[in-house]
Structures are given as structure tokens and as C-alpha cells.
Design a protein around this ligand. Structure first.
Ligand code: UDP
Ligand code: MG
Length: 318
């Protein structure tokens, strides 16, 4: 009999987590009855400040299929997903949000596709219910990013997906500290199938993403998967050098032919400003990479566990 793990990262979701559990559990029970897939639901509490952990604990007391792991502080959703994948024992693993924006009923369709031998079944939301500015910014982002990045990112594709054990193991082999899931999922490859769903409003509470988060996520997307911004700097440097060589040559010829005329304040100041700007941007971009290298070489754990009811795989074997 196959085991299905459902990983749900939660950050301050206490107000509606029980509802989420009920919905997910209902679907998984149905799958158990129709397909004989056993299941486990793994909640990762990402250092919530509300009652998320107590809700999860009471669920785990009622239902032995509920597993949980809580972090000692907020480590971010990417770490939550990683922890869930590490602790999952399923032959297939579904990752979904805690706010029911990812409809659990889609898991049935995902399993149907999994049985057709796909390793990643990716849910793609349409953006009908999002506000105009967010829709527009996201569209632009994907246009730009896909032009510079090595892996292909698709608009509307998030973390809601089903992964085969093979795919999960490949993800777990990627040791990086800065984890950009979208890139990682795309990078590992395997046979992929995209299915569409209608985006829903979140159950209650606020989305944890503000504009600043989105911006830093966007930068993460470009930087974490390639070094083409560094290459662009070289091109820019070459271009500026060629232009300045031409200009110097032109000035030199002009001076030898017509003598020195009045000092060119405008050219001087514009050259200084332009070069200053280019240098600052370049240092900034290099700094981003150096910062990342700094974090990677520290080899810190990606999260710290506070409490869990999941036995480690080692203990299980004993
Ligand atoms: N989340 C998390 N850690 C965080 C932020 C979010 O585990 O630091 C979880 C959150 O509880 C939810 C999912 O990630 O299950 C998506 O978050 P949210 O709904 O805020 O994002 P959105 O749906 O707006 O992209
Ligand atoms: Mg959400």
C-alpha cells in the first residue's frame, strides 16, 4: 500500500487551521477508500506567534496521521517546505498552503496523474481574483526573470504540487542555504504535468507577503540560480570602456588639430556620474553574491527544531 504525505507549512494560521485540517483530511480519507493510499499530514509550525502549535498538537492527539514539527523561530516558508520533505516518509508527497488557497480536492487529480507515471504534478493557479497591480507586477517579473535565469519559471506556479519519492530525494540532495523553491523544483527536472485551478481568497488573516518581501523574493529568483548578472556587468564594463576609448581618441585628435578649447565641465561631470553609478551597481551585484557565499560557507542548519512528534528515520530502524 502506498503512503501519501501532505506537507503544510504554517505561520500564524491558528485561526483557521482546524478548518484546513478537516478539508484536507476529508479528501485524504476519500483517497484512502477509493485508492487505498495511506496518508500522513505533516504540519510545520514556522515559529508562529499565535496558537498554531497548540491547534496542531490537539489535532495530533485526535488523529495519529497528524505529524508536526515546530521551529524555534520563524525561518521562512522555504525552510518549512524543506523540513516537511525531510520528515516525510511517503512514496508521494504533496506540498500545500495552510490557508486553503490551494484546494485539497485537487490532490485527487494529482494522484490520477501520478499514476500515469509523472514525477512532479504542478498546480498552476489562474490569477482571476488577484488585484490588478499584483497581477501586472508578477507578469513583468516572469518576463524579465525567464530571460536571464537558467531554469524555466512559469507564472502562476507556486509550491502546491505532488512530488514522487524520486523527486523528493533529488531535492533533498541540494544542500544550499538560500533555497529558492521555484528554481529548485524546476532544476531537478523529471516528468512534469501542470494542472490548472481557480485561485481562492485566503481563509482569514493576511498574506505574509508585503511588497518588500516580494521584491527580495524577486531578486532571490534572479540571483540564486545563475551568475548572469555578473556576466552582464562584464558586458557593461566592456561597453563603457569602448565608449571611453572612442571618446578619448576623438578628444585627442580634436586637441592636436584645434588646440585645447575651454575645459569641458559638462563632459567631465557626466562621465564621473555615469561611471560612479555603474560602479555602485556593480559592487551591489557582486555584494549580493558575496553575501550569499558568506551564508553558504557557514553551513548553518536551515532550521532549528523545537518540538516534534516525528521519529527520525534512524530511530525507526532500531
Ligand atoms: N508561511 C510560512 N512561513 C512564513 C510565511 C508563510 O510557513 O514565514 C506559510 C503560510 O502559513 C502559508 C504559506 O506559507 O501556509 C503561504 O503563505 P501566505 O498565504 O502568507 O502567502 P500567499 O498565499 O499570499 O503567497
Ligand atoms: Mg496564501
Amino acid at each position: 500500500m502506498k503512503l501519501l504525505s501532505v506537507v503544510i507549512p504554517c505561520y500564524n494560521e491558528g485561526s483557521h487551521l482546524k478548518g484546513t485540517y478537516n478539508e484536507v483530511n476529508k479528501v485524504l480519507e476519500e483517497i484512502y477508500v477509493t485508492k487505498r493510499y495511506c496518508f500522513e499530514i505533516i504540519f510545520i509550525d514556522d515559529g508562529s506567534q499565535d496558537d498554531t502549535i497548540s491547534v496542531i498538537k490537539s489535532l495530533s492527539q485526535q488523529d495519529t496521521n497528524v505529524k508536526y514539527l515546530s521551529f524555534s523561530r520563524n525561518f521562512g516558508k522555504e525552510s518549512g517546505i524543506l523540513a516537511g520533505l525531510e520528515k516525510s516518509k511517503g512514496d508521494l508527497v504533496v506540498i500545500m498552503d495552510a490557508d486553503l488557497q490551494h484546494p485539497p480536492s485537487l490532490i485527487k487529480e494529482m494522484i490520477r496523474q501520478y499514476e500515469l507515471d509523472y514525477d512532479q504534478i504542478i498546480a498552476r493557479r489562474n490569477r482571476t481574483k488577484e488585484n490588478f497591480s499584483r497581477k501586472w507586477i508578477t507578469k513583468l517579473y516572469y518576463k524579465v526573470v525567464n530571460n536571464v535565469i537558467d531554469v524555466e519559471l512559469t507564472d502562476g506556479v507556486g509550491d502546491f504540487r505532488l512530488l514522487s519519492r524520486k523527486a523528493v530525494q533529488s531535492i533533498l540532495q541540494m544542500p544550499e542555504y538560500n533555497r529558492f523553491s521555484k528554481g529548485i523544483f524546476s532544476w531537478i527536472g523529471f516528468k512534469k504535468k501542470v494542472i490548472e485551478y481557480e485561485n481562492k481568497e485566503r481563509l482569514s488573516g493576511e498574506s505574509k507577503w508585503n511588497f518588500r518581501d516580494l521584491l527580495s523574493y524577486a531578486v532571490e529568483g534572479v540571483i540564486s540560480f545563475n551568475s548572469s548578472p555578473l556576466r552582464m556587468l562584464i558586458y557593461l564594463g566592456v561597453l563603457v570602456t569602448i565608449l571611453s576609448v572612442c571618446y578619448t581618441g576623438y578628444s585627442f585628435i580634436k586637441i592636436t588639430m584645434f588646440g585645447i578649447d575651454e575645459p569641458g565641465y559638462f563632459t567631465l561631470i557626466s562621465a564621473i556620474l555615469m561611471l560612479g553609478g555603474v560602479q555602485l551597481i556593480s559592487i551591489g551585484i557582486i555584494g549580493e553574491y558575496v553575501g550569499r557565499i558568506y551564508y553558504e560557507v557557514k553551513r548553518r542548519p536551515k532550521y532549528i527544531t523545537e518540538e516534534t512528534n516525528i521519529e527520525s528515520k534512524q530511530e525507526l530502524r532500531e
